[in-house]
Design a protein around this ligand. Structure first.
Ligand SMILES: [Zn+2]
Length: 128
């Protein structure tokens, strides 16, 4: 596993990775659900789609949109086992450990927080 600051510096130098931003529907979803719930989804998605030694459809298991975690995964190179190996030095061909999964969640959390999607101000609900 790589040092996280180093990973984020490297991601920032990638034109493809640094293009991803949270906006529109995915940003709204994060705002509505709150970070904690989204992180629970992240744990679920990572476990189901990445944790096996050889996940089904590796390289194509993460859609480009429709969930803030999918966008975060492409932005951080945690979208498939090939990218996890390339960007995070987590080897392919073996199941992810609990430590690996927690690390991936930490990476996703850091990226989602950096998007500065404001939580709804309390007392201002009921707009719809
Ligand atoms: Zn990938």
């Amino acid at each position: 596993m790589r040092e996280m600051d180093e990973v984020f510096r490297a991601l920032g130098r990638s034109r493809f990775r640094s293009r991803f931003q949270l906006s529109g529907k995915e940003a709204d979803y994060l705002r509505q659900k709150g970070l904690e719930t989204i992180i629970e989804h992240a744990r679920d998605l990572v476990t189901k789609r990445l944790a096996d030694a050889c996940p089904a459809n590796d390289g194509r298991q993460t859609p480009m949109r429709n969930h803030p975690v999918f966008v975060a995964q492409h932005a951080t190179g945690t979208c498939c086992r090939k990218c996890l190996e390339k960007w995070h030095h987590i080897p392919r061909g073996r199941p992810l450990t609990e430590t690996d999964i927690s690390y991936v969640i930490e990476v996703l959390t850091r990226w989602l927080l950096a998007q500065k999607v404001a939580p709804p101000a309390s007392g201002q609900e009921g707009l719809c």
